[in-house]
Structure formats: structure tokens, C-alpha cells
Design a protein around this ligand. Structure first.
Ligand code: SF4
Length: 383
């Protein structure tokens, strides 16, 4: 039995016209008026033999069907779910995406580390995961942004925490699951696609407003998350809560599936990303994360999170806010987060991380808020 909590701000937030406009798709799915994207994908037929097709053919078809799905999303948004009969295809666009994910993991390039390891055969890259997924916990989360708390401020965000991460942030508050000392498989319970679907279904039936895949980082579990949606038979918005370091091909799989994005935009300076999150893939943090924010904002609703770090207002906070305002400021909401506190390596090795060894000061947070306001960024309803 779930404990029923209530967040009044989660009701009031929908009185804000900008929130309603910018999260219109997500809200409609949350209220069960519109089918989630993964439900629509299951109705789009694919008439080639997925196992036999070349990877090139599969990607070509993914691009074609992406365009078709955009039209269908618009069409379904105009109707009401209760008036729609969703006919499942024998082999669908979702199956195509699952097949592609299982091809990618054989020389893994889910994220921009591009480790190239065969995870299906037990090899492991930077995230230290083979092909199995481990869930450390799942619950109705009442601490997320107001629009994510569910209908009428109840139900929470149906959050599923995976172990492991593609970053190694020295200040990680969840280090015990993202970088566990005993190994990623020790910090959670192994889950396959059917179990993951059953967890998501339970969360939704108990009132969750969305299914929130997080960690650590959900990206290394892409194949199992996509496969689980095949077995998920309740309508619910799918939320991607991520560091956004995915490869462009992973983005191509996700853009037709994710109803609402909840990305972190942590740094502007690549040097800060290297030093504080150990980001060292083949492409720089900024190049990858700006690309993926653009792709996501073109394809779905979005609340961007930026955690204000002490002493990093000039090198990170301000240029990030400026980039958002210049590129996607008219589409997204931004949560400017003030809750940073020293944790993990910052506490263990304070001399190495002196710059972030304290909480941000009130004036630093105010400076971030004032700058966002000056740029016209919508942050107040979700910060
Ligand atoms: S998910 Fe990323 S870090 Fe993990 S093996 Fe694949 S490319 Fe490497």
C-alpha cells in the first residue's frame, strides 16, 4: 500500500500559463488524455525482418519512422485517449528501436565514452556494467519539481534508481549507487525488462504521475528500458533523468520515446567537467550536452536542472543560462538548484576540491536567479 502524500504547489503550478504551454504534451499524457509516445510507437508497423536487416537499413528506417511518428503525435494530441483505439502492430517501431539498442551494446556506444566493448558477452566499459541492469530502489518521489508530482499533487514521480553512472562526480550525493565501492552489481537487485515493466506498472497504478528513470544514470540501461516498454501496458509519461552524455544514436532512439526530459546541465567549462565529474570521452562535455539539449528540446517537453556550485557562477552558471536563453529559452523550464552541499570525495579530499568545499552563498544563488530573470528564463515555478 502506498502512503498518500500531498504537495499543494504541484496543483498550483498548473495555474501558470507558461508551465501549461511548455509542458502541454507531458501534462496531457499524465492526465491520461493522450497516449504516451511509447504506446503510439507500438502501433507503427515495421515490415522487415529485424534480425536479418543490416544496421544501416535499421537506422534508415528509424529516421523514416521518426518523421511518421511526429505526425502521429500531433494527430493523437488533438484527440482524446478514450476515443482512440490503439491497434498494436505485430512488429513495431518500438521493436526496431529495441533491436538497434541490442546491436549498439555489442560494441557499446550508448554514451560518448564510446567504450566499444561487447557488453552482451560480459565485457565492461567505464560504467562497469555488462548487459544486466541493477535497480537500487524505486518509489513515489515527492521531492521532484512541482509538475512531476502527479495529478492533483498526489502520486509523486514514479522513480526508478539504477546503479552505475557514466560520470564520476566528486560531489555525488548518490555515490553509494553510482560509484559503489563493492561494484555496481552489489548496490542493486538485478532486473530484466519484464520486471522493470512490472515495477513501472505498479507505480503508475498506485498514482505516479510519470516513470522517472534515473541513477546513477539510466543510459547504460537503454536496451532494457526500451525492451521493458514493450511489456508496459498502462499509459504513463516516460521521463529521462540524465546527465545527457548520450551518443547521438542513443538520442535518435530516445527522441520518439521520451515524453518529458529532465536533464542536468552541470558545466559550461570542459575543464570543470573533467576535474569534477571525470568526463573524458572522445567528445567534450559541452559539445555533447549542448547537442543533446537541442535535440531533446526539439522533440519533447523539458525541465533543465542546473545545480549552482560555489565559486562556479562565472565559469559555469552564467554561460549555461545564457546558452539556454539564446537557444532554447522559449521552449523549456529551468530549475536553478541551490541545494549543493559538499559530499563524497570533496569531503574526503578537501584540499583537491577547495573551490566546492562549502555550500553556495545566498548572494551566489541570488546572482544566478537575477541573471536568469534578466535573460527571460522561466525558472521560478520549478526552482
Ligand atoms: S554505456 Fe557508455 S560508459 Fe558504459 S560501456 Fe557503453 S559507452 Fe561505455
Amino acid at each position: 500500500m502506498s502512503i498518500l502524500l500531498f504537495r499543494p504547489d504541484a496543483v498550483m503550478v498548473w495555474n501558470n500559463e507558461e508551465v501549461k504551454k511548455r509542458l502541454r504534451w507531458y501534462r496531457s499524457v499524465m492526465l491520461n488524455k493522450t497516449p504516451a509516445k511509447f504506446m503510439i510507437l507500438k502501433t507503427i508497423p515495421v515490415d522487415i525482418d529485424l534480425r536479418r536487416a543490416s544496421e544501416e537499413e535499421l537506422w534508415r528506417l528509424n529516421d523514416e519512422l521518426h518523421r511518421e511518428s511526429l505526425k502521429l503525435f500531433d494527430e493523437y494530441f488533438e484527440k482524446n485517449l478514450k476515443d482512440i483505439e490503439l491497434k498494436l502492430a505485430e512488429t513495431s517501431f518500438l521493436d526496431l528501436k529495441i533491436e538497434l539498442a541490442y546491436r549498439m551494446i555489442k560494441r557499446c556506444y550508448f554514451c560518448e565514452w564510446r567504450c566499444g566493448v561487447d557488453r552482451l558477452n560480459g565485457e565492461r566499459g567505464v560504467c562497469k556494467l555488462d548487459s544486466k541492469a541493477y535497480i537500487s530502489s524505486f518509489f513515489h518521489h515527492y521531492g521532484e519539481e512541482a509538475p512531476l508530482i502527479g495529478t492533483e499533487g498526489k502520486g509523486g514521480s514514479g522513480t526508478i534508481f539504477f546503479t552505475s553512472c557514466t560520470f564520476h562526480c566528486v560531489f555525488c550525493q548518490n555515490w553509494d549507487i553510482s560509484q559503489p565501492r563493492g561494484g555496481v552489481q552489489e548496490a542493486g537487485v538485478e532486473s530484466d525488462a519484464r520486471k522493470l515493466a512490472a515495477i513501472a506498472k505498479r507505480l503508475r497504478l498506485d498514482g505516479a504521475g510519470n516513470i522517472n528513470y534515473v541513477g546513477g544514470e539510466p543510459t547504460p540501461n537503454l536496451h532494457i528500458i526500451l525492451e521493458s516498454l514493450k511489456y508496459l501496458d498502462v499509459n504513463v509519461p516516460i521521463l529521462w533523468n540524465s546527465n545527457m552524455y548520450m551518443s547521438e544514436d542513443t538520442m535518435k532512439l530516445l527522441v520518439d520515446v521520451i515524453d518529458i526530459w529532465l536533464p542536468d546541465f552541470k558545466y559550461w567549462s570542459n575543464e570543470c567537467a573533467r576535474r569534477l565529474s571525470k568526463v573524458g570521452g572522445k567528445k567534450s562535455y559541452r559539445e555533447v550536452v549542448t547537442r543533446n539539449h537541442l535535440l531533446a528540446s526539439e522533440n519533447g517537453d523539458m525541465i533543465i536542472r542546473h545545480l549552482v556550485l560555489p565559486n562556479h557562477i562565472e565559469c559555469d552558471t552564467k554561460p549555461i543560462l545564457k546558452w539556454i536563453a539564446d537557444n532554447i529559452g522559449d521552449k523549456v523550464l529551468v530549475n536553478i538548484m541551490e541545494q549543493y552541499r559538499p559530499e563524497y570525495q570533496v569531503v574526503l579530499k578537501p584540499n583537491l576540491y577547495q573551490d566546492i568545499s562549502r555550500r553556495p552563498r545566498g548572494e551566489e544563488i541570488l546572482e544566478a536567479y537575477n541573471y536568469a530573470k534578466q535573460l527571460g528564463i522561466i525558472y521560478e515555478p520549478v526552482s
